[in-house]
Ligand binder design. Structure first.
Ligand SMILES: *[C@@H]1O[C@H](CO)[C@@H](O)[C@H](O)[C@H]1NC(C)=O
Length: 254
């Protein structure tokens, strides 16, 4: 590894001087001047920014640390560049459903260290780069449902210690990569239906995860009984394939 002491002083100065000027500006030094709300959006007290359904082609400018929940669903954000949400470091919930989103830079979500819920469903994602979610250390719920993902590498999800709910349903996945669930110790709801799963070794990570899942898997609104070996197999089957309604468990919570 290259250490700083290895660099000659002129090179070091050169590196420092090419640092973006923006980084030297005092961040939020004058909070009263900071816009409360991106221009294109409607904001409500408590940090709700509603930018839903406004045909926005990109993440709107003017996001501040006052924004706690950002509704950016039903727009035309086709790509997320690096640092797409810089400035919104206090964001807790981000809704990006239905944008025709095709490309997410590996560092698109950098700076969102407080984010708890991320909804990327109903987009056109075919792949996600390793490390895409790495900075989301307190993420609790992630939906990638209804995209075109054919493959999901363990490095894409990485380690998300607090993630409780993950939806992968309605994609093109045929296998769960070994290690995919290993970095998700808090996971207790995993949605997998609507994928062309190939049963067999490709699903072995799921079998390892099932015995500790509690409640193990959800199908529609039904909560399955706690996993026993024979029930785990049924849970697996019902999680992967839609059940005819007559075979749903009779006890349905909520
Ligand atoms: C957000 O704005 C859209 C469009 O103006 C509106 O239909 C919707 O009800 C708003 N959502 C909330 C939660 O206020």
């Amino acid at each position: 590894m290259l250490s700083l002491s290895f660099l000659s002083r002129p090179l070091l100065l050169l590196l420092l001087s090419s640092w973006p000027v923006r980084a030297q500006e005092p961040a939020a030094a004058t909070p009263t001047d900071a816009p409360d709300c991106p221009e294109a959006c409607a904001c409500a007290p408590g940090g709700q920014a509603n930018c839903s359904g406004r045909a926005l082609p990109a993440v709107p400018a003017g996001l501040s640390r006052r924004v706690r929940a950002l509704q950016l669903d039903h727009n035309r954000v086709r790509a997320l560049p690096p640092g797409a949400f810089v400035g919104a470091g206090a964001l807790l919930r981000l809704d990006l459903r239905e944008n025709g989103l095709r490309w997410v830079h590996a560092r698109a979500f950098w700076g969102l260290g407080a984010l708890q819920q991320l909804d990327l469903s109903a987009n056109q994602l075919e792949a996600l780069a390793p490390g895409t979610f790495a900075s989301l250390r307190v993420l609790r719920a992630l939906s990638l449902a209804d995209n075109r993902l054919a493959c999901l590498e363990p490095a894409t999800l990485g380690a998300l210690p607090l993630l409780r709910a993950l939806s992968l349903q309605d994609n093109e996945l045929s296998a769960l990569k070994p290690g995919l669930l290993a970095g998700l110790p808090a996971l207790n709801a995993l949605r997998l239906r609507g994928n062309p799963w190939v049963c067999g070794c490709a699903l072995r990570p799921l079998c390892a995860w099932l015995p500790r899942a509690r409640p193990c898997l959800r199908t529609r609104r039904a909560r399955l009984p706690p996993p026993k070996p024979e029930r785990a197999a049924a849970a697996l089957a019902s999680a992967l394939y839609p059940l005819p309604s007559s075979t749903l468990p009779t006890r349905v919570n909520k």
